[in-house]
Design a protein. Structure first.
Length: 211
C-alpha cells in the first residue's frame, strides 16, 4: 500500500490537493477534519466533544483522533493507497501513527509539505465556501457570482473560517504542527512543494513527486 501524508498550515490546499491526487490514483483520501466534522454534524458523543475544540481552533484530544485513524487503517487495509490530510498534527500523534503503522506493516512513502505565504493563507481561508450537501470546496474568487454548488447544494462558510479562529488555528499550527517538519525531515520522508501557485501547477508538481 502507498501512504502519502499531505502536510501544511490551515488553508495550504491540503484538502484540494488530496482530492485531486485521490481522483488521479484511486487512493483513499482520509481527512481527519472531515471525519470530525461528520461526527459533529451527526451529534455523536465524540462529535459533541470535538465541536468544542474545533470551534476554538484548537486540536481535538489525541485519543479521539488517534482512535479514528486506527479504525481507518483497519477498515481500509485493502486500499491501494491512503492519503492522510490533517493527520498527524503534533509529535505525539506522529509517534502514535508510527506505532500503528509498524503494527500493520504499512510504511509512509512521503510527507508532502505544501508551503504557502501567511497572507495567502488568510485570503484562502476567509474566502473558502463549502457545499452543505456534498462538501465540495470553492473559493469566492472563482465563483463568478454563482451561489450554488454544481450538485445544487448551498455554499456555506466553515464555522472555523472566521478571523479570530483562523488566527488561533495558525498559532496552533506553528506551535504544535510545524515541529513535525523536523521530525519527518529526520526520517528522510519530507518533500517540499511551493504551494503559492495555481491549483493545477501544484497538482502537477505533486504528481511528478509521486511518480
Ligand atoms: P482541518 O479540516 O484539517 O483544517 P485545517 O488543517 O485548518 O486545514 P483546512 O481544511 O482549513 O485547509 P486545507 O489545507 O485543506 O485547504 P483547502 O484545500 O480547503 O481541521 C479542522 C479542525 O479539526 C482543526 O482545527 C482541529 O480542531 C480538528 N482536527 C483535524 N485534524 C486533527 C488532528 N489530527 N488532531 C487534532 N485535531 C484535529 O483550501 C483552502 C481554500 O483555498 C479553498 O477555498 C480552496 O479552494 C483554496 N485554494 C486551495 N489551493 C489553492 C491555490 N493553489 N490557489 C488558490 N486558492 C486555493
Amino acid at each position: 500500500m502507498t501512504l502519502v501524508v499531505m502536510f501544511g498550515p490551515p488553508g495550504a490546499g491540503k484538502g484540494t490537493q488530496a482530492k485531486i491526487l485521490a481522483e488521479g490514483t484511486g487512493y483513499l483520501h482520509v481527512s481527519t477534519g472531515d471525519i470530525l466534522r461528520e461526527a459533529v454534524a451527526a451529534e455523536t458523543e465524540f462529535g459533541l466533544l470535538a465541536k468544542e475544540y474545533m470551534s476554538r481552533g484548537e486540536l481535538v484530544p489525541d485519543n479521539i483522533v488517534n482512535g479514528t485513524v486506527k479504525e481507518k487503517l483497519k477498515t481500509e487495509a485493502e486500499a491501494s493507497g491512503l492519503i492522510f490530510d490533517g493527520f498527524p498534527r503534533n509529535c505525539d500523534q506522529a509517534v502514535e501513527f508510527d506505532k500503528m503503522l509498524a503494527a500493520t506493516g504499512i510504511k509512509i512513502d512521503m510527507v508532502i509539505n505544501i508551503d504557502v505565504e501567511t497572507s495567502l493563507l488568510l485570503r484562502r481561508l476567509t474566502g473558502r465556501r463549502v457545499c452543505r450537501t456534498c462538501q465540495t470546496t470553492y473559493h469566492v474568487d472563482n465563483l463568478a457570482g454563482k451561489e450554488k454548488c454544481v450538485c445544487g447544494g448551498d455554499l456555506v462558510q466553515r464555522r472555523d473560517d472566521n478571523a479570530e479562529v483562523i488566527e488561533q488555528r495558525l498559532k496552533v499550527y506553528v506551535e504544535q504542527t510545524e515541529p513535525l517538519i523536523k521530525y519527518y525531515t529526520g526520517k528522510g520522508l519530507l518533500k517540499n512543494i511551493d504551494g503559492n501557485g495555481s491549483v493545477g501547477n501544484i497538482a502537477s508538481a505533486i504528481k511528478e513527486l509521486i511518480g
